[in-house]
Design a protein around this ligand. Structure first.
Ligand SMILES: [Zn+2]
Length: 109
């Protein structure tokens, strides 16, 4: 694949995920559709989503979980971590926090 096509695919995934997160509250159906399209692009072009995009999908049931609506974020524990729980299947996974990690930046937004 041409490097250009790869960049375009990643850009499109980014736009779709951003739109999905934005619409998660007002239009969950649209958000789900956009998230699904992003996943489709990722699998069709065999491009791994960048971590900050991947984290809106449940690791277990692969459904879209919008921060705050489709999932629960809990901070705490030692070592410091974010615990993300999927509202659909109840799966929890922990993301360890290191200084300046991508997660801490995302959560602060
Ligand atoms: Zn799940």
């Amino acid at each position: 694949m041409k490097p250009d096509a790869r960049a375009v695919a990643i850009e499109r995934m980014q736009i779709l995920i951003e739109s999905a997160v934005r619409n998660a509250r007002s239009d969950p159906a649209l958000a789900k559709r956009h998230a699904g399209l992003a996943r489709k692009i990722s699998s069709r072009h065999k491009i791994r989503m960048p971590y900050h995009l991947r984290m809106v999908f449940c690791k277990k049931c692969k459904s879209f979980m919008a921060p705050g609506t489709g999932s629960r974020f809990r901070l705490g524990g030692t070592p410091k971590s974010v615990r993300i729980t999927c509202n659909l299947c109840g799966h929890t996974y922990r993301k360890m926090l290191t200084l300046r990690s991508k997660v801490s930046q995302t959560v602060q937004k």
